[in-house]
Design a protein around this ligand. Sequence first.
Ligand code: BGC
Length: 926
Amino acid sequence: MIATHLRVNHLDNPLGYLLENPAFSWAVENPEHAEVRSSRLVVSAGGETVADTGWADLDNIACRPGLTLSPCTRYTWTVSLRTDDGRETTSDTAWFETGKMREPWTARWLSCNGDEPRHPIFIKDIPLSGQVVDARLYVMGLGVYDVYIGGRHVADEYLAPGTHAYDQRLQVNTYDVTEELSHSAHLEVHMGNGWWKGRFGFIPKDEGYYGQDWRLLAEVRVVYADGGEEVFGTGPDWGVKRSTTYASNIYDGESRDDTLPDLPVERAELLGDTESADAMERLSDRLSLPIRAHEIFHPELLDTPAGETVYDMGQNFAGTFRLHIDEPAGTEVTIQLGELLQDGNFYRGNLRSARAEYRYVSDGEPHVIEPRFTYYGYRYIKVEGARNLSAADCTGVALYSDFEMTGSIQTGNALVNRLIANVEWSMKSNFVDTPTDCPQRDERMGWTGDAQVFAPTALYLADQLPFYRKYLHDMALEQAVRDGATPMASPCFMLGTSPAIWGDATCTIPWNTYLFSGDPGILDEHFEAMSGWVDYVRGVDGDDHGWGRAFQFGDWLALDGPKGARTGATDEGFIAYLYYWRSARITAEAARLTGREREHEKYESLAEDIASWIRREYYTETGRCAVNTQTAYVLSIVSGFGSSAFSGKALSRALELNDGKLATGFIGTEFLLRALCEAGEAQAAYDLLLNEDYPGWLHEVKLGATTIWEHWNSLDDDGRVNTEDTMNSMNHYSYGAVLAWLFGLSAGLRPVEEEPGFRRAIVEPRPSWRLGSLACTHGCAAGTWRVAWRCEDEDHVVIDLTVPHGCVAELRLPLADETVYEKLGGRELGAGDYRIAYRTTEPIRRVPSVDWPLARLLGSQDTAPVLNRHCYHPDWVDADEAARKSVRELAGRLGKHGSALSPQALEALNRELLALAEPDPATTVA
Ligand code: BGC
């Protein structure tokens, strides 16, 4: 038994992060299942103990000993465990180190001549006066920067300092440069335009939204072997070289001409006093995770029908590339990136105005070129101007924030597995410092609505608390200067105030992050923003329900709207009020959990007022929802409004009227399959999941998608782009929210509000004959959960379950009788590994026949039409009787005008029903 996986704010040995009142967490590796009696957390700095909890019953998911941190300080910490019988163990030592915090800077902000388009490289030979034994670099550069010391790249990080609300705060990164400075004292900071001064967002001009100048602030702090310390800051003694890169921005790419001559070194300019003071004020230690290179792709080289040279990475993703070029001096090479081929040829019409390219002029030397100040959403690279390229000359490099993957899921169906991989890739592609809508066209913005729809999926797959903390931090700052209104995207890049759902992200994302992490700190930090948003909506709503008339995005991209419209058919006010209610409730709960009693009462009573308005306006007295769409019934079911029995039936009916196909957009789709399960129609949920025709998840998989599409029909059946729509991304994660259903309802692993962070979890697996099997893992701060189910045969299932130390599973087994729980000793299982094999109370495989109750056959979308064809008005049979008696028993009344069905007719009907038996799993995975 030992404490492992030690994290501070869910970060592994973090250096220079904004930590404030840090939360410590650890898992307990405990194969012998010893009873841990108490734990002890000890934090030290400079050889002194700065916090010691003593032996206590500590919360290993979010333990806050209440530390007051000092800047630029390394802390070490350990966790000791003591068992019942007095045994003690101590973990390995973990550490964290603070950044500058609010410590004053000796460095001064630099800028440089902005009329010269060639990108600056700030340079300095640091006048070291001894042997360096420890060194840190504290740095903030705008737009984006790369630091080199003695030609070595410092930190394997791309696009620092990332994208954030630069008008609110400027993130300082801290690097350990001990190793680099012991070899060389020559420091270079290469600058690109990035999100700060390059075109970005819907800004009409080709210039930056946040700034127009390059800026740099840096301090190098060294400790010498003799114990002496020195600090070197940016100042007028720094120089500026010019690189051969003369254009860069996130959308258009980069341009570099290696034939350009060296220019004389300029003196760095000091930033004006006012701007400098203002920028100093906004400095803040980093929250952004580093953007790093992850998967590397080795492409195939295609010769397209149009004679183009195109590399195919085999996977759509966000990132960069490395291309080996060996061309005579002056050769111009143009590299373009795109997501698609059309008629076998390179295509990038769906990138809109984003040029997504790299232009290069060779100096005659061989080079491996790799863009540094941009990134692309792509699968294909077209190269023009270079000769004799081979497949080996190019590699693809996936870039995304360095979050920790903690979840996995695999099923018995190869298409579903590809869907899962597509969702993971859409997450990776859209987690480049900010949760973006897409990584390829001229958007790539932190659209709040998309982010909130996808958050539960992301939280199942990875430990996203640090990633969302940064996103929410910016969002809160942007809301604070907008009277609580959430911007449509964060950072906002000029976009206006969010409508419903998009704005509600400020409540739902921290709430889900809390549920998954178990750390109420995120609610505490974000509370002002949550309540600010709810107050803002309250203001717009006024005394005459103005929220229902405000501009809304509705059920974005739903298929049931008028042709050409994007907001779907569901009443937009209805959706807006349901989310307003949800946000008010979340805010009330967050207030309670963070000790804000008065606010708790205020938002609880507001939620009640909203609920009664919703009931009055959108439901009949008996609970029928007055909005007749799939999404309206879905939201009714999962929000608990109206009669669940009515909404369940109405949802089935709405699906039936639509040929059994979904018509939902971003909002309805998130909860569609869950609503069906809650309505007792798990089978119908699997039907939708496994449907291979348009519209559906597997449809795009069958058409070769390697990421999630923005539209259900981003490509038509022939693989042609949906040309009607200029908004057509192949890498938009919203519909990938189906993965949260696979984890939460198919595996059935769900967090419990009363004991969040998977301290207690519901385990309610829903085996499906057609899916065959499913196995998932989910790592929480306390350890790794594992749930797997397998259909052994038509009435035997096997469930494998691992409950991590300190956690409890609440079991809800499908089709199990009491004896199964009795053998397990109850419905609650503590830490351990379990195999639960049992015979089901009815077959898992669905084999409809005339021996089923009439009502069951009539209630099912596939069997009802068969019945209606063979029988005379079967729905005229009294409901109670139909529920109790089988078709065989009722056959005497199901013939023409109430006569008997002949034995031959009954057999014919039975044959047709049996033909609808669930097929065996279509494909299996090795
Ligand atoms: C984005 C969406 C976003 C929407 C807001 C689009 O351009 O790509 O995903 O949520 O705008 O309506």
